[in-house]
Write a protein that binds this ligand. Structure first.
Ligand SMILES: Cc1ncc(C[n+]2csc(CCOP(=O)(O)OP(=O)(O)O)c2C)c(N)n1
Length: 367
């Protein structure tokens, strides 16, 4: 008699079908209710559109040599905004990677601060007091153990705050991700691992990242739930994140959300995506543009039109111009500022270097 050694997990079937509430044509999936009212949805849409406009501006500034290497959000706006608006910025924290501008703004980071960061100004690297945000993290997945520590610490202090950590499909292959999940499961940390599966880790496609059917399926191995959502559906992302927030607040521990999306542009301004087949599936995803989807939904309800769009775009352009002007008005850093943000107290070697610096021509000119 032959016995099948392949275990069947029917419940996983539900986990590998992404949650969708809003179809690409802007209609609700049968039986679904909109989890956001029109006013909140319009705010979220404006944030998505602002993010896209900053993306375009940032790329053009980088090409002019006025911005450092820059990563766009384009294509992933529903994923970032849908998750961010499920948080309460007056108590919850965001732990970012480097592709989540609208979540940073939603937490209260001024846009000019973000601009200063990409202009390489030291003032842009420090998160302003009262903004519940850790700094942008370039080292893949390194922010995840920090997020667990932060969440665990908050819980130990008796807070009901939740921490939402962003990372990518590439980051989910790093040891830091697995160690962070393991500890979060053990201590039931109020953390949401928000995995933006945008199809690529620079030139490495998702298919080469892991042979698991979904990246969310890893969560049960660490003792908590993993869910898959249509990451281009603002409603689905918001609903899944809200549920995870509720559970974390109630002391029921972490959740892993795999938000399936696609980045429309290059990995960053140093990348050429035409060299690795990124464009082969791009057109299919552009048809599922997360911004258009919300606009279509609102238009069908009489809440969006060409006139409204023109107004919103004007407002966004003014916001960006204002932030660029505010960033320009910040005096350039002095050479000695190099030492300001390294240690609380300078080491003897740094003291010597600082003294040397003060005798250079640049210092004499006050640079
Ligand atoms: C520890 C570490 N290894 C390698 C890199 C180089 N690197 C920068 S971005 C990136 C790919 C990240 O892909 P993913 O996690 O999917 O995020 P995405 O950029 O697609 O949002 C790599 C390998 C890095 N920054 N840090």
């Amino acid at each position: 008699m032959s016995v099948s050694l392949t275990p069947q997990f029917p419940s996983l079937a539900q986990r590998i079908t992404p949650l969708q509430l809003l179809r690409p044509d802007g209609t609700l999936v049968g039986g679904a209710e909109a989890p956001l009212d029109d006013v909140r949805l319009q705010d979220a849409l404006r944030l998505m559109m602002l993010s896209r406009a900053v993306d375009d501006k940032g790329v053009s500034l980088q090409r002019q040599g006025r911005f450092g290497t820059f990563s766009t959000v384009k294509g992933q706006e529903a994923s970032v905004v849908g998750s961010a608006v499920a948080l309460d910025p007056s108590r919850d924290w965001v732990v970012p990677q480097y592709r989540e501008l609208p979540a940073l703004l939603r937490q209260g980071l001024p846009l000019e601060h973000f601009i200063l960061y990409y202009q390489g100004h030291p003032a842009g690297g420090r998160i302003p007091e009262g903004v519940r945000l850790l700094p942008i993290q370039i080292s893949i997945a390194a922010q995840l153990p920090h997020a667990v520590g932060l969440a665990w610490g908050l819980a130990l202090q008796g807070s009901d705050a939740v921490v939402l950590a962003y990372f990518g499909d590439g980051a989910s292959s790093e040891g830091d991700f697995h160690e962070a999940c393991n500890l979060a499961g053990v201590v039931r940390a109020p953390v949401i691992f928000f995995l933006q599966n945008n199809g690529w880790a620079i030139s490495t496609p998702r298919s080469r990242q892991s042979s698991a059917r979904t990246l969310a399926e890893r969560a049960p191995g660490y003792g908590f739930d993993g869910v898959v959502v249509d990451g281009n559906d603002l409603f689905a992302v918001y609903a899944a994140t809200s549920q995870a927030v509720e559970r974390a607040r109630a002391g029921r521990g972490p959740t892993l959300i795999e938000s399936q999306t696609y980045r429309f542009g290059a990995h960053n301004t140093a990348d050429d995506p035409t060299r690795y087949g990124h464009g082969d599936t791009l057109s299919g995803w552009i048809e599922r543009d997360p911004v258009t989807r919300v606009q279509r939904y609102l238009a069908a309800r009489g809440q969006w039109s060409d006139e409204i769009e023109v107004q919103v775009r004007h407002g966004i352009a003014a916001t960006i111009d204002g932030a660029l002007a505010a960033a320009r008005s910040v005096p350039p850093p002095a050479a000695a500022d190099l030492f300001t943000h390294t240690y609380a107290e300078l080491t003897p070697r740094q003291v010597r270097q600082l003294r040397q610096l003060s005798t250079t021509p640049a210092a004499a000119e006050g640079r």
